[in-house]
Design a binder for this molecule. Sequence first.
Ligand code: HDD
Length: 725
Amino acid sequence: MKNSKPTEKNDQNQKFDDLSKNTEDGSNQFMTTNQGVKINDDNNSLKSGERGSTLLEDFILREKITHFDHERIPERIVHARGVGAHGVFKVYDDSMKEFTKAKFLTDPSLETPIFARFSTVAGSRGSADLARDVRGFAVKFYTEEGNYDFVGNNMPVFFIQDAIKFPDLIHAVKPEPHNEIPQAASAHDTFWDFISLSPESMHMIMWAMSDRAIPRSLRMMEGFNVHTYRFINEAGKSCFVKMHWKPLLGMHSVVWDEALKINGQDPDFHRRDLHDAIENGDFAEWEFGVQIIPEEDEHKFDFDLLDPTKLVPEELVPVKKIGKMTLNRNTDNYFAETEQVAFHLGHVVPGIDFTNDPLLQGRLFSYTDTQLSRLGGPNFHEIPINRPIAPMHNNQRDGIARMEINKSKTAYFPNSISDGSPKQAKATEGGFTSYQERVDSYKIRTRSKSFLDFFSQATLFYNSQSEPEQSHIQDALKFELGKLERPEIAERVVGLLTQIDKNLAAVVAKGLGIEVPEPKEPMNHQFGADENPDDFQPIDVNPEFKNSPALSMANTVKDTIKTRQVAFLAADGVDAESLSSMKKSLQDEGAVVKVIAPHGGYINDSNGNKIKVDKSFLAFASVLVDAIYIPSGEKSIQALMGVPDAIHFINETFTHCKALAFCGDAKKLFDKSYVAQKLTDKKAIDKDEALIMMDNVTKEDTQKFITAIANHRFWPREKGEKVPS
Ligand code: HDD
């Protein structure tokens, strides 16, 4: 692994210069107290005699313990588990000028520093990475015009339509109040109880039950800003915009059985993956895309643009890719940067504005408010990771942990004493002006009737999935609902599923051992006490689009094995050529090779060369890699045949539909696997494109292996005869 210091290239960044004002490096320095007094003994407290009691006078001990006692801050109420990294963002050209005046989106000469944080939603700070969950996708842009925060998810829609329901949703999904069970899981009664009474959530449920909820890597997932926002151009004209992040490596997921096992084998799987990729110089990249909708088209769709449970199909409004984000530097300190970073979708710059989406509007209140208790007061914007690189002057003063020393004799506006400073900026000088949206309406507490189509896009999503993806959704629902203790909740959910797809409902009902129920009336329970329930029941909409290929991960990028992990199973005597030539070919394509052997340290190859073992079987597992390869070598294969873990590697890799390649006499090892022994349909082995048998490492066979890894999974295995792993 390369040195964790940033490379020369990615060290050049205005935000890094800014952060460097607050960095501390104790190398070759004396240890001191917080007051700068050098410490002579950090190992023993001050006592009255060698065996006497400790003295209160010991300011070194007191200071150290006091600071330790207060090291923790409240974890985020949601999105507590996360990982962050630094990077840069650049637009390709100035084509967005037509729509927005935001400089960082229109000036291709600018490289905007960014900090991104990815997270799971429900779990605590120490929970495992591969929970079935939505992933937070937050990006802070330190632009010249102030900070812009993108606070999105890896799914383009949300569970609820109004922010007033957010505490209910989160109370339902978090561990149950009486026993704080389960951790980082939605498979429990309170979550599904809430969902079963809130049919607006069914579109998001389809996403959350899909493979999108168990990404292979944070680097391999999309990001969405969910709400419809506005762009405002220099002339003050507005249009609507949906924002997207598209990963250059494509979208890929693990399978559920892997997710369960990864959570035990390496609960930091995603965190480690991002960290290691950046350390290796494999910087994570996403293209930034926008769907632009002219203001006049607001009512053109068969859904409401203000409804956050709806997406705009890409086939209807194409995503124009306008720039690229590159994450190229890990944090120096997790707490100072990733834990203390505070995102807020209300942090916008001129050229970006809000809409009346009621979920968005409520969020605008929540994000600053939550930091007040999480980060201890109103000055969290001064924490280095949060402060803008744009100049910052105003009349806000004081408060806990104020860092800035404001020199002005005045802290009010207007003033004459300070010559009217700091001054207001005209719009032409970059002053933020809100979009003058015409509003003419009654003050009213209700849900818009245009939000009552709860199922058509859930059906669109389900119909757009490939067969394996659909079957994973079915299994996820069987798993989640199968965990419920109250059968009536599962029945209500299956009732709602009938509104999405009859077959989906039937398959799930069968898995649960129940009859397919009629949906319980009323389906929707989200209305006021004085409102008529009948007015708020789901409406039927026949959507313009029945299928959107962009929604299926089957259609993603599959032409690269960059950063994919391949385990080479080997022992002493491994054939030197069989190991090294495959290793070189895979590494040339950007894959990461790990040698897994019966013991740690080194093994000897057939030429007597020492080969470093990355991990022993005991300290590793097949679920941590994308593919396995077993090089030839009689002695090595003999040894592996005596290692049950090696056979288990093969069984599991096969069951998880990943690529396997066997070279020469490694076939003998394959013969010991369940795949060879229990699969009665031998033709399935011949037809299996991701199970590669090679006599030698030929160019052709290597290419077959590379293609199989790039395809990520060979799903026909799931449909065929099952073998145990
Ligand atoms: Fe939220 C954190 C994304 C709805 C209230 N949210 C948070 C984070 C992300 C999102 C990515 C973590 C940011 C970080 O890494 O620090 N939230 C979303 C999306 C939503 C959404 C995409 C729907 C479209 N959130 C939402 C609502 C509310 C909140 C409706 C409240 C009314 N969210 C919060 C919060 C958090 C938060 C309580 C917890 C920690 C924080 O803000 O800084 O304010």
